[in-house]
Design a protein around this ligand. Structure first.
Ligand SMILES: Nc1ncnc2c1ncn2[C@@H]1O[C@H](COP(=O)(O)OP(=O)(O)O)[C@@H](O)[C@H]1O
Ligand SMILES: O=P(O)(O)OC[C@H](O)CO
Length: 494
């Protein structure tokens, strides 16, 4: 039967999605399922790997059933995923030995301090492009090996496997036959040398992690194995994968140096392609691996903010101020400003450009006149302020002053947020008509790997802009609003 579709699996921090794209990159069908967030201690975040698999495999079955698509019409399945989140399982049984430790989790802060005390900070910076922060997988792996009974002995006997979520999904999809990752995910582990593109022995030794646990690293645009939907029908190629932020960069076709996008999901992630040159940041950004026009390794500068849309979930789930994330637009627009209120959402510390794992969230400027709408507005504005922090750092590091910013992710549906982003950065914000660019990036990689699409040039005709947000405040107002934010951040850190 003719291959008409590519399916992207987008395993995000809060939900698992499966999206079917046709040859024109139109969305044919979407299926999505939220899963449980576990907070066993303050600052700790976990997921159940089996629940991740259950939600991801069920949406895959559902998305095809809903659209009446047979597996032999699917050219390939591409994977994109929340990065850094760490799963360790038994090779023989496929059973995880502990919950997945999520990228936001702060429990390995002390291990990071120990590595700093060993003088490894510069080495890490030079060879992995990262910083010593609990964000990345390496110290999470060590924590599991040090704290789960028998884990270290099992690891030393070669009985355990490590994977980020891409690796875990391919392992499950191929029924335990394939243990693989790609350079964009490997680059987030703290164990991968981004210049030689191999696992780094010195860091494996420092963290006491056996090499036998690590997956093979294959290009982001390759065929990794095959799967059958619910164990039935014809085999589908699993081809193409990238960490979600790099997939979004590729989905937005930012494949040339100087092209950038900002994704507003659970966190916010601003990435700029720097081509074949790995640019070292002097302003608190990361150097990471991206995907080039032919699926090859490119580099990117990245600013990572831990609480983006998650701040809105907090308003909904913990404070009960809204019923749905989209309500925030209505309430924020009911007031002319925040009445001097600033929310610094350092709930799990602060990421780029501050890298302060010990900072905690704070609300400033409360007066008797401050009401719910001001707090909701301050929460939305905090997402835009954090993104401005990233954009300013990016300009300093790259020397490129962006005039236009491509955006995507769940929270860009919010017009208030997008307009405020344009106002506070003085940059035009471009929202694509398909905001599922993360999934699109994975679909592109999978489709290119199996010849469903020929080249990136063919893909360029498939993207279009839904809305332009033009800056609309004066420089003085912008300056004083941002100064208030910087003051609030400084006080949070103190
Ligand atoms: N209209 C909206 N306004 C503000 N935030 C929103 C809106 N819709 C969704 N969000 C936020 O966006 C996030 C979901 O985006 P998504 O890209 O699906 O995230 P992820 O891939 O990290 O799971 C949630 O944190 C949610 O609170
Ligand atoms: O789940 P998201 O889309 O917020 O992305 C999570 C990032 O990959 C973490 O680095």
């Amino acid at each position: 039967m003719q291959k008409k579709y590519v399916v992207a699996l987008d395993q995000g921090t809060t939900s698992s999605r499966a999206i079917v794209f046709d040859h024109d990159a139109n969305i044919v069908s979407v299926s999505q399922r939220e899963f449980t967030q576990l907070y066993p201690n303050p600052g700790w975040v976990e997921h159940d790997p089996m629940e991740i698999w259950a939600s991801q495999s069920s949406v895959l079955i559902e998305v095809l059933a809903r659209a009446g698509i047979h597996s032999d019409e699917v050219a390939a399945i591409g994977i994109t995923n929340q990065r850094e989140t760490t799963v360790i399982w038994e090779k023989a049984t496929g059973k995880p030995i502990y919950n997945a430790i999520v990228w936001q989790c702060r429990r390995s802060a002390e291990i990071c301090e120990q590595l700093k005390a060993q003088g490894l900070e510069e080495y890490v910076r030079d060879n992995t492009g990262l910083l010593l922060d609990p964000y990345f997988s390496g110290t999470k792996i060590k924590w599991i090996l040090d704290n789960v009974p028998n884990a270290r002995a099992q690891a030393e006997r070669g009985e355990l496997l490590f994977g980020t979520i891409d690796t875990w999904l391919v392992w499950k999809l191929t029924e335990g036959k394939v243990h693989v990752t790609d350079p964009t995910n490997a680059a987030r582990t703290l164990l991968f040398n981004i210049h030689s593109l191999t696992w780094d022995n010195k860091l494996l030794e420092a963290l006491d992690i056996p090499l036998s646990m690590l997956p093979e690293v294959k290009p982001s645009c390759s065929v990794y194995g095959t799967t059958r939907i619910a164990g039935e029908g014809s085999e589908i190629q699993v081809a193409g994968m990238a960490g979600d932020q790099q997939a979004a960069l590729f989905g937005q076709l930012c494949v040339e140096p100087g092209m950038a996008k900002n994704t507003y999901g659970t966190g916010c992630f601003l990435l700029m392609n720097t081509g074949t040159k790995a640019v070292r940041s002097n302003h608190g950004l990361l150097t990471t691996v991206a995907v080039g026009p032919k699926g090859e390794v490119n580099y990117a500068l990245e600013g990572s903010v831990f609480m983006g849309g998650a701040t809105i979930q907090w308003l909904r789930d913990e404070l009960g101020l809204i019923r749905d994330a989209s309500d925030t637009e209505y309430f924020a627009s009911k007031v002319a400003d925040t009445n001097g209120v600033y929310l610094v959402p350092a709930f799990v510390g602060l990421g780029a450009p501050y890298w302060d794992p010990n900072a905690r969230g704070a609300l400033f400027g409360l007066t008797r006149g401050a009401n719910r709408n001001h707090i909701i507005r301050a929460a939305l504005e905090s997402i835009a302020y954090q993104s401005k922090d990233l954009l300013d750092a990016m300009t300093k590091d790259s020397g490129v002053s962006l005039k236009r910013l491509k955006v995507d992710g769940g929270a860009v549906a919010n017009d208030f947020l997008m307009q405020f982003q344009a106002d506070i950065t003085d940059v035009e914000v471009l929202r694509p008509s398909n905001c599922e660019t993360t999934a699109l990036g994975a679909a592109f990689l999978a489709g290119l790997a199996v010849g469903f699409w020929e080249s990136v040039i063919e893909l360029e005709h498939k993207a279009c802009i839904d809305k332009h947000f033009i800056p609309n405040i004066d420089a003085q107002t912008r300056g004083s609003l941002y100064a208030g934010w910087q003051d609030a951040v400084a006080r949070t850190r103190a």
